[in-house]
Design a protein around this ligand. Structure first.
Ligand SMILES: O=C([O-])C(=O)C[C@H](O)[C@@H](O)C(=O)[O-]
Ligand SMILES: [Mg+2]
Length: 421
């Protein structure tokens, strides 16, 4: 019998969408963020969607896997995982590259497998006429809360017109940014991307946000820009002001040193990004919250595995984001809705983008998303938008994320802030 969900063809389309000049510890976002959109076609005419990074080395790995997928059943994700591991093991130099964002040390197999698994789950849901959340055990919540993700930023990309958000360098400007985001989306939690200004300036910013939004849970994430000594000092200064402090210092060892004296939980999407790091982190009591991210933890079901491990060791769970489009947002929302121990509002870069590849878009109400009700992921690709953003990818010339290279074009002496202050 021919399985109804037999994969017949795979399309991988790199796209570029406009991104504002958001600052972080390693530089500034370039004018376009890159993503890859996966379409898995089946013999029966279904199409499953996935979304992932589009750095060139990652694209090459995706293409290598894609050529071996036709003929496999979209319900056979275990076999597809083994295929990804096998294909990557035969590619020299594949390990450790294709990195997007601040993620180092994540499993390449998990990172490459993830969008294929999401697309397979989309097909499975469409085949069964059920939303992906039902394939993950069903919803434990109907609405998934997200947080307002604030950034220090330039007013505009050099040579371009100012964007609608304006500059954010001061506490007052950040408070204004937060007010706009909360007014538009209703977020009930706030995360500030730090590691941009000296730590005392970022403490001031958190104090200003706390005063402006009393009772709203706050988080600060300097992406390991501080030494452990500074991490301890800042953690103590922020006592009672933040619900968790994210990646104050580099590595499991650095985090453990801060954690030993910090009055709040420490969270990470840098020190623990793969299953083989959990044992050491638990032994050192280095992190109290892990930010899951299905894009590098191996898809939605492996992220559920992470949730179970976190639960076993009494570690909290939150959700990380990189600049992303609507396919990823839908996948994140299905996963979050099915994860009982997701204790915090998820991160999302959503408010920073103005373009997308899906229709209809998802709509935030009171800072949360309803789980899409349609079969599969519940979002449809807009072919015109996909084509336009692919054209933009071809025109823009960017082929990998490089926040540091971009900032150094305007500030040649810029230093990446890893354990810096
Ligand atoms: O929580 C995080 O570390 C991130 O969101 C990583 C991202 O790469 C963020 O720093 C960014 O978009 O600049
Ligand atoms: Mg982080």
């Amino acid at each position: 019998m021919t399985p109804a969900a037999r994969i017949s063809r795979v399309e991988i389309t790199p796209v570029a969408f406009a991104d504002p000049p958001l600052l972080n510890a390693v530089g500034v976002h370039e004018p376009f963020a890159l993503r890859a959109v996966l379409q898995l076609h089946t013999d029966s005419g279904l199409v499953g969607l996935g979304e992932t990074y589009a750095d060139e080395t990652h694209l090459e790995a995706l293409e290598a896997v894609a050529s071996d997928l036709p003929g496999l059943d979209a319900f056979d994700t275990g076999r597809i995982y083994a295929l990804v591991a096998d294909v990557l093991s035969r590619r020299s130099g594949a390990a450790g590259d294709g990195v997007a964002g601040m993620i180092t040390g994540a499993s390449v197999v998990n990172r490459v497998f993830s969008p294929f698994e999401v697309a397979c789950l989309d097909i499975q849901g469409r085949t069964a006429g059920r939303p992906v959340v039902d394939l993950l055990g069903g919803r434990v919540r109907d609405r998934v809360p997200y947080s307002a993700y604030l950034f220090y930023k330039w007013a505009e990309h050099p040579g371009a017109d100012p964007d609608e958000w304006g500059e954010a360098r001061t506490p007052d400007q950040l408070v204004e940014q937060a007010a706009t985001m909360i007014e538009r989306y209703g977020f009930g939690a706030i995360k500030l991307k730090g590691g941009v200004l000296p730590p005392d300036d970022e403490i001031e910013a958190i104090r200003a946000l706390h005063a402006a939004f009393p009772g709203v849970p706050l988080r600060l994430d300097p992406n390991a820009a501080w030494t452990p000594e500074t991490g301890i000092r800042v953690a103590q200064a922020l006592e009672g002001l933040v619900q968790y402090l994210e990646d104050p210092s580099p590595g499991i060892h650095g985090m453990a040193r801060v954690a030993a004296s910090a009055p709040m939980p420490l969270a990470t999407n840098m020190a623990v990004v793969a299953f083989d790091q959990i044992r050491e982190a638990v032994a050192a009591d280095a992190v109290q919250v892990i930010l899951s991210d299905h894009h590098f933890w191996g898809g939605l079901r492996r992220s559920q595995g992470l949730a179970a491990v976190a639960d076993t060791f009494g570690i909290g769970l939150s959700m990380h984001s990189n600049s992303h489009l609507g396919i990823s947002l839908a996948a994140m929302t299905h996963l979050a809705a099915a994860t009982p121990n997701l204790d915090y509002a998820c991160d999302t870069h959503w408010p920073w983008k103005t373009e997308d590849v899906v229709k209809p878009g998802l709509t935030f109400i009171d800072g949360a998303l309803e789980v899409p009700a349609g079969p599969g992921l519940g979002v449809e690709l807009d072919p015109d938008a996909l084509g336009a953003l692919h054209e933009q990818y071809l025109r823009c010339g960017l082929r990998a994320r490089d926040d540091t290279g971009y900032i150094r074009r305007f500030d040649p002496g810029f230093v990446r802030k890893l354990g810096y202050w």
